[in-house]
Ligand binder design. Structure first.
Ligand code: SF4
Ligand code: SF4
Length: 62
């Protein structure tokens, strides 16, 4: 199972990754993006590529 790893200290809560994800894995919380549906992640890397803050550090495989 894959899921993005979000560095919450670097995240600026812009929401770009939420829009970039084709599988609705991410949602935007008050202070940072959150993985709300990790089971749906297809490990495409779009969120990591789109993040302007470099806050998504890896697509981890469990
Ligand atoms: S790797 Fe792809 S499917 Fe997984 S959270 Fe990022 S954009 Fe969504
Ligand atoms: S794109 Fe990056 S900075 Fe913006 S909400 Fe997502 S993880 Fe945070």
């Amino acid at each position: 199972m894959a899921h993005p790893v979000i560095d919450t200290d670097e995240c600026i809560a812009c929401g770009v990754c939420v829009d970039a994800c084709p599988a609705d894995v991410l949602t935007l919380g008050d202070e940072h993006a959150e993985v709300s549906d990790g089971d749906s992640c297809v490990a495409c890397g779009s969120c990591m590529e789109a993040c302007p803050a470099g806050a998504i550090t890896e697509i981890a495989e469990d």
